[in-house]
Design a protein around this ligand. Structure first.
Ligand SMILES: Nc1ncnc2c1ncn2[C@@H]1O[C@H](COP(=O)(O)OP(=O)(O)OP(=O)(O)O)[C@@H](O)[C@H]1O
Ligand SMILES: Cc1ncsc1CCO
Ligand SMILES: [Mg+2]
Length: 253
């Protein structure tokens, strides 16, 4: 974990985001406190030149539209051409318009990592999963969905829930952290997807990148929850403090 955090701190990779319009600031902050540089774009004309200076690209379809379709394609294709890793966050992909949007997108670009919750990853596996994630006793099905989704898409999957499952379809890892406030906060998943972007920017090992991002967010979430278990508003600020302190740990020590 510390090695990749050190890499981020030293290399300060640029993470280019086609973000959703709800949690954009939080995603930028999460990338920033890790020591990477966030950049958000909403313009097709600059896709090629921004991808050229980026170290990774994150496509979040949370506020997709037909008007924004060319943007997703342009940034995704530029990243593929320029061999920059692509992370996809397929927000609510089970809804019909979103499903066909993501299906079309995956016909036009290659994504390296897909980060989603259990319902979203289940969609890639062809399985309907109840919207609010999983209970611990459903772990086996949860893991099987992620493995199946990786095999169907060819992407490394980072599936979040009570247990985070990271798999490339062959090797599978689990991260278990226990901070309910992460699940309560709108955008924790989007933040994680942005953070995965920072990690894939500094290693070709996408399994390790996904696992490390999930560990870092989960541990920061636990630290922040311990300071105010019933304070979801305060939690967001404390979470950024904890992330920053983890990223800077070796400097401070
Ligand atoms: N029930 C839970 N208990 C503990 N942690 C959880 C739970 N559900 C999710 N998390 C954690 O919350 C973070 C975000 O995952 P989540 O599955 O909520 O993403 P999401 O649904 O895409 O969120 P959003 O759309 O609000 O960004 C992850 O770090 C995950 O481990
Ligand atoms: C609430 C919401 N609606 C579209 S994107 C988003 C943020 C969670 O991904
Ligand atoms: Mg989400």
């Amino acid at each position: 974990m510390t090695t990749l955090l050190t890499n981020i701190r030293e290399q300060q990779p640029l993470v280019l985001n086609v973000a959703n319009l709800v949690t954009m600031q939080r995603v930028a902050d999460a990338i920033n406190v890790l020591g990477a540089s966030p950049l958000m774009t909403d313009e097709v004309a600059e896709a090629e030149e921004l991808v050229a200076i980026a170290d990774a690209v994150v496509l979040n379809t949370g506020t997709l539209s037909e008007a924004r379709w060319p943007l997703f394609v342009a940034v995704g294709q530029a990243a593929n051409r320029q061999h920059k890793p692509v992370v996809l966050d397929p927000v609510a992909v089970g809804m019909p318009y979103r499903a066909q949007f993501v299906t079309r997108l995956l016909e036009m670009i290659t994504v390296d990592v897909i980060r989603g919750n259990a319902a979203e990853i289940g969609w890639f596996a062809g399985v309907t999963v109840a919207g609010q994630g999983i209970d611990a006793h459903e772990t086996d099905a949860h893991v099987a969905n992620a493995v199946n989704a990786a095999q169907q898409t060819g992407a490394t999957i980072v599936q979040t829930g009570v247990i985070d499952v990271i798999t490339d379809g062959q090797s599978t890892r689990q991260v278990t952290t226990n901070s309910l406030l992460l699940a309560v906060n709108v955008g924790a998943g989007d933040m994680l997807s942005g953070m995965v972007g920072a990690f894939v920017a500094v290693t070709d090992d996408y399994l390790l990148a996904g696992e490390t991002a999930a560990q870092v967010l989960g541990q920061a979430g636990e630290q922040a929850t311990a300071q105010g278990p019933n304070q979801p508003g305060t939690f967001v600020a404390t979470l950024f403090d904890a992330l920053y302190q983890m990223a800077q740990a070796e400097v401070i020590a």
